[in-house]
Design a protein around this ligand. Structure first.
Ligand SMILES: Nc1nc2c(ncn2[C@@H]2O[C@H](COP(=O)(O)OP(=O)(O)O)[C@@H](O)[C@H]2O)c(=O)[nH]1
Ligand SMILES: [Mg+2]
Ligand SMILES: [Zn+2]
Length: 326
């Protein structure tokens, strides 16, 4: 029978099966061949064929084709890691303060959302703590790019209804920095979800790790399905070709082919570059371009390890939240 993976960890999946039983399942033969090379064998949102053993246990026989995958490159495991599969919307939950708004983190998530092919939505939570002008400016940049932007406050019960409307009938994945309020929002949206809410550590101004694995939560009527993910500190982007990166920045797409060096332009330094001209003329927001440059440098660096086939250097550029340069 068919089933929907709600979560997966330690080689065991919680699967909502067609007969509405939620079964704890292991994988027949221990591996799914189609997912060899991935960091994790299955992801929340995967459709699988299940052989029921009892009302509570089953065996996963195969993975049904994925519509899309949202994930990142896992640096520790040196492999692609899927957070969620078959999703209709990527929601990046950010906060105005504690943790501070990190626009370049949102840029990275937007690239991953473009790569996944699902619509992208940004939720700016904790507006009760104050929404400063620089944040508003950056949010309007995102809005002008065609991304949906919602402002919310769990403390004030603000914006939650709009978010519910945006998510209705969809499977969404929530990603964001730890402490931004993903679990708090989910608890508002899905009564009884009881996702653990973390304390924001005062010392580091960020939440503790409370969510340990991606889990799909759903409302009793099943009109809302949200995959909550662990708070992310690092979003490495690796599996995009250097020349393809600009295609993941919607503002650069219309300029492709207009650079003096044509398709070989890297948009980093060339004269007659249409992208650089657009940045100078403020048609492309400078900070978005900065994100492009950083991700490109990172891709270039990772390609060099591959070329020389040497081991990953000990000291690599890390893009961490702790880093003010993020
Ligand atoms: N002031 C304020 N605090 C919030 C809001 N939403 C969540 N929090 C707090 O932020 C902390 C982290 O929330 P949590 O939902 O665990 O974040 P997650 O790590 O993204 O899942 C908790 O202490 C929440 O009570 C909000 O809208 N305003
Ligand atoms: Mg959480
Ligand atoms: Zn160019």
């Amino acid at each position: 029978m068919r089933g929907l993976v709600l979560s997966f960890s330690n080689q065991r999946a919680r699967v909502q099966c067609e007969d509405d039983h939620i079964r704890s399942c292991t994988i027949k033969g221990k591996r799914i061949r189609a997912l060899d090379g991935w960091y994790n064998a299955l992801a929340a949102g995967d459709h699988v064929a299940v052989l029921p053993i009892s009302g509570a246990e089953g065996l996963i026989e195969s993975l049904l084709p994925r519509k899309n995958v949202f994930g990142r490159y896992n640096e520790k495991g040196s492999a692609d890691q899927a957070f969620a599969a078959n999703i209709d919307m990527v929601v990046c939950v950010t906060s105005t303060k504690t943790p501070p708004f990190r626009p370049r983190f949102v840029d990275r998530v937007s690239v991953l959302a473009e790569q996944c092919g699902a619509p992208f939505c940004i939720v700016c939570n904790k507006v009760d703590l104050g929404l400063d002008e620089p944040i508003e400016e950056r949010l309007s940049v995102f809005e002008n790019l065609g991304f949906r932007v919602l402002r919310s406050s769990v403390a004030w019960s603000l914006g939650v209804d709009d978010l519910r409307k945006a998510l209705l009938g969809k499977i969404a994945v929530f990603v964001g920095q730890s402490g931004a309020g993903k679990s708090s929002l989910i608890n508002c949206l899905i009564p009884g979800a009881t996702q653990r809410i973390g304390e924001v550590s005062e010392k580091y101004d960020r939440g503790r790790h409370t969510t340990t694995l991606a889990t799909m939560l759903f409302s009793p009527s099943e009109d809302l399905r949200i995959i909550d993910t662990p708070g992310l500190r690092m979003l490495a982007i690796r599996n995009i070709g250097l020349d393809d990166l600009s295609a993941y920045f919607p503002e650069m797409v219309p300029l492709m082919g207009l650079c003096a060096f044509g398709a070989s332009c890297t948009h980093t330094h060339e004269s007659g570059c249409a992208v650089r001209e657009a940045v100078r003329e403020k048609r492309i927001y400078h900070d978005r371009y900065e994100s492009y440059l950083r991700i490109r440098a990172e891709l270039e660096e990772s390609r060099q390890w591959k070329k020389t086939e040497t081991r990953k250097p000990q000291k690599t550029v890390k893009y961490r939240f702790e880093d003010e340069e993020w």
